[in-house]
Write a protein that binds this ligand. Structure first.
Ligand SMILES: Nc1ncnc2c1ncn2[C@@H]1O[C@H](COP(=O)(O)OP(=O)(O)O)[C@@H](O)[C@H]1O
Ligand SMILES: [Mg+2]
Length: 298
């Protein structure tokens, strides 16, 4: 990416997160590979797409944004490519024509977005390294080096415990960029307006109350998995459609209450000390009642 383009980009699809943007910018300027670290639903994908958006066009077309979903089943063939046996017979087994390029070649001159990179095997991590170091890949007996020049953006959820840790050799190739929940209620409200669908009137004070409630849950020390920005967007949309189905023109607290469990209860996890005593559904319901009693949404 050109120096000027990076300097002038604001990554405007992401609201707030000025520190994150600055770190990302400086990492891009020094051509580093980055891993964006943060909980689900806080804008990691949106940020990476924004990088692709500011990259120079290729032959009049948008720079590619290639997404790879990290999983233990992901193979080196998915990433690098494969030999097509029929074409190999036709053109010869080491011909360039017989090779079907994998994701990393499709990302050439664009962004390779590797979501949840900590979910893939160590073998796969190793197969990525040459591409990242040399910006090209030599494939088996192929004489041709394929060009794989892309901006690499991986993501990782630090609270994901179902994964193997990334190897030190691998980690040594990356800089980490940290992303956080929206800094203020005002920013979160803007995100909700920007990303959520508007169907009917949602009184602003009521919406602010909903967001305040969700933001309180993030601070709640009984909760270990916190509700994301998707929860806020979900509550905004579902309360509206619930009101609409009830023949109303404006959302009320009753609509919020009616969809609360459907939107929120699976998005939180209570700490072990509470988990066996209380279901998340009941916890959300009771906390919301307490919040309303205190006049939190007024
Ligand atoms: N800071 C932010 N600025 C703008 N939109 C955001 C922000 N945080 C979250 N969102 C919105 O929340 C939703 C989820 O974001 P996404 O990028 O898919 O998250 P992640 O990849 O981290 O799971 C999207 O609709 C996105 O636009
Ligand atoms: Mg994502």
């Amino acid at each position: 990416m050109k120096f000027k383009q990076i300097m002038s980009s604001d990554f405007e699809d992401i609201l707030g997160q000025e520190d994150t943007k600055k770190h990302l910018k400086s990492a891009l300027l020094s051509e580093r590979n980055v891993i964006v670290v943060g909980a689900p639903g806080i804008g990691k994908t949106t940020l990476a797409k924004n990088v692709a958006k500011v990259m120079p066009k290729q032959n009049g077309k948008k720079a590619p944004f290639i997404r790879v979903q990290g999983s233990p089943d992901l193979t080196a063939e998915d990433l690098i490519g494969d030999i097509d046996p029929i074409k190999a017979l036709k053109f010869g087994p080491t011909s360039k024509e017989a090779f079907t390029p994998g994701k990393i070649f499709q990302a050439n001159k664009g962004v390779l977005f590797f979501d949840e990179i900590n979910r893939c095997s160590e073998k796969l991590q190793n197969s990525l390294l040459q591409a990242l170091e040399e910006k090209k890949v030599t494939i088996g007996s192929y004489k041709v080096d394929f060009e794989a020049d892309f901006v690499f953006i991986g993501t990782m959820n630090p609270e994901d415990t179902s994964t193997e840790p990334l190897s030190d050799v691998f980690l040594d190739r990356f800089d980490f960029i940290y992303m956080h929940y929206p800094e203020t209620l005002d920013i979160e409200k803007k995100i909700v307006f920007k990303s959520g669908k508007k169907v009917i009137d949602f009184p602003e004070k009521l919406l602010e109350g909903c967001l305040k409630f969700i933001r309180n849950l993030r601070e709640d020390e009984n909760i270990e998995k916190k509700p994301s920005v998707r929860a806020s967007i979900g509550l905004y949309e579902r309360a509206q459609t619930h009101a609409l189905l009830s023949g109303k023109k404006t959302v009320s607290i009753h609509d919020v209450q009616a969809v609360l469990i459907s939107v929120l209860s699976h998005r939180i996890r209570l700490k072990p000390s509470l988990k066996y005593l209380k279901k998340p559904e009941n916890y959300v319901k009771e906390e919301f009642e307490k919040f309303c009693d205190k006049g939190g949404y007024l």
